[in-house]
Ligand binder design. Structure first.
Ligand code: NAD
Length: 307
């Protein structure tokens, strides 16, 4: 592979903002965008190209599946998005059929490429993609709860007057209504959160609910969320393109963790050049295990409902 190249399938709000973030970060030599809506695609590409002279040089183009041949990373952001009053699971039928259609096209062009799924409901789409290509399951992962985790770290950091980067707390499970915060492993620096500052059970619930319901609040006001997820996509891309071995709560198929199998959801994993490099063992509470199982059951039954 001679250069760092990313193909983004879906040039709507999330896809185009992710491209903008990648250009601003100056970490790829080429970005190809693909979309069914050709006129919109051409306009997005032109607008993005005109930002290039203000950052470092990145070649940006309206592409097609042939661009995947020499790409290191494909980012899937195409499909239906949440409308006011809809949950992420409401998008399932439409977006599952898109994933089933595009995954073979991606790997036919480049069997080695790493695939990042952002389209919702991201966990079920990751599970479907990994079932289609079980031998490539480390190459396929979803953005999962990276954004929920970022929101939790921001809210907690502001509450405790510390930089969110020093807040080591995860939201795991479904990227959606059944997700959970892992309070038992939450740290500020390397100090357990309860020792760093007093935070009541009610305070934790409030912080968590604010993080969990943020997407609904944003969609109510501006119909979509894209800046923050795009920032997360840039960090995930950096981890893949430069083999950074960064820990993210990315969505991936479970293989017996906490007794769970046959379902994909977010738990912390190390991400690098080849996708998911390793999983991280967590010591979580009995209550958190119960909630994780409930989240997995919900995802399984939604996926089973598809058939
Ligand atoms: P959008 O409607 O702005 O863009 C979607 C684009 O996909 C459209 O331009 C459409 O033409 C294109 N498209 C549809 N089917 C296609 C296909 N088969 N091939 C190529 N292009 C196709 O939507 P958006 O706001 O960009 O959201 C995209 C997805 O990302 C949604 O599913 C949304 O729920 C999800 N999302 C995920 C997160 C997360 O944290 N995982 C955050 C925000 C949005």
């Amino acid at each position: 592979m001679s250069k760092n190249k990313v193909t983004i399938i879906g040039a709507g709000m999330v896809g185009s903002t992710s491209a903008f973030g990648l250009i601003a970060a100056d970490i790829t030599e080429e970005i190809a965008l693909i979309d069914l809506n050709k006129k919109m695609l051409e306009s997005q590409v032109m607008d993005l190209q005109h930002s290039v002279p203000f950052w470092g040089y990145t070649e940006v183009k309206a592409g097609d599946y042939n661009d995947i041949k020499d790409s290191n990373l494909v980012i899937i952001t195409c499909g239906a998005s949440q409308k006011v009053g809809e949950t992420r699971l409401d998008l399932l039928k439409k977006n599952a059929s898109i994933i089933k259609e595009i995954m073979p096209k991606i790997f036919n062009k480049n069997p080695e490429v790493v695939v990042l799924i952002v389209t919702n409901p991201v966990d079920i789409l990751v599970n479907i993609a990994c079932k289609m290509f079980p031998r490539k399951k480390n190459q396929i992962f979803g953005s999962g709860t990276i954004l929920d985790t970022a929101r939790l770290r921001l809210i907690l950091g502001e509450k405790m007057s510390v930089d969110p980067k020093s807040v080591h707390a995860y939201i795991v499970g479904e990227h959606g209504d059944s997700e959970l915060a892992l309070w038992s492993t939450a740290m500020i620096g390397n100090t357990p959160i309860n020792r760093f500052a007093k935070i009541s059970a009610k305070g934790k619930r409030q912080v968590f609910n604010q993080a969990k319901n943020a997407a609904y609040a944003i969609i109510e006001g501006k119909q979509a969320t894209y800046y923050a997820i795009a920032a997360g996509v840039v960090q995930l891309s950096k981890a893949v393109l430069f083999d950074k071995k960064t820990v993210f709560t990315a969505s991936h198929p479970l293989n017996g963790e906490f007794g769970l199998k046959g379902v994909s959801l977010s738990l912390p994993v190390v991400i690098g050049k080849k996708g998911i490099l390793r999983k991280i063992n967590l010591d979580i509470s009995t209550e958190e295990k119960k909630l994780l199982h409930q989240s997995a059951e919900k995802l399984k039954s939604a996926e089973n409902g598809l058939n």
